[in-house]
Write a protein that binds this ligand. Sequence first.
Ligand code: PEP
Length: 256
Amino acid sequence: MALKKLVAGNWKMHGLSADLSEIEAIATAARDYPNVDVALCVPAILIERAARAVPGFSIGGQDVHDAEQGAHTGCTSALMLLDAGASLTIVGHSERRDAQRESNEEVRAKAEAALSVGLDVILCIGESFDVRERGAAVDTVTAQLDASLPPSLEGEAELAVAYEPIWAIGTGKVPTGPQIAEMHATIRARLRARYGADGTHVRILYGGSVKPSNAGEIFAIADVDGALVGGASLKAADFIPIVAAAAAVEGQGTIA
Ligand code: PEP
């Protein structure tokens, strides 16, 4: 069963007040593609202004702390994200796993904290180039996924998994179609093993150098239920053609 595609932008550490007009442009243009869910994950400090600027459009955070509140200087709780107007958050992005040394256990706790307050979650996993080169990508990503997933899916909030090979992020390099298909099929099997029938409904996004020029091909691969997009999400002129590519693939067959 094909799931409705989700195309989410990750603005990383980009975005000032002046860029709210770009968020408005993206939200307005996204309305032309009702068969695709579209979201933008912006810097925490921009969430409230973005959510006010584009009511009804999904604005998300890029990280969340697992505690409800407390002595965690500089951190943002799930309730704070929600309170600011976010409806989702990314957890476990490779840039945080690397720079902030986030473990799978922390990522799982963050996912649970976000889901428990009703925030949808995009949980990122992916292998390094070295791991891919030595033929250990599937085993490594499987282990990372198993250790990062929340134990159960309860409540209304949705979990999505983003497969993002680290070597493809911001590099212009993209895995081959069969490599993406193999990884997404593996992730689907693990989700079913963990959640039973509910694992069939968890969207699996691909992330890493998605562009207007390659999006259609990527979205046509089986079990690619959308994309997490970094650089190409900053401008409507790049991002909306990716959304359009997802819309065009909806209802068509996928390539196993
Ligand atoms: C990302 O960082 O999540 C990402 C996919 O970046 P890019 O699209 O720029 O490769």
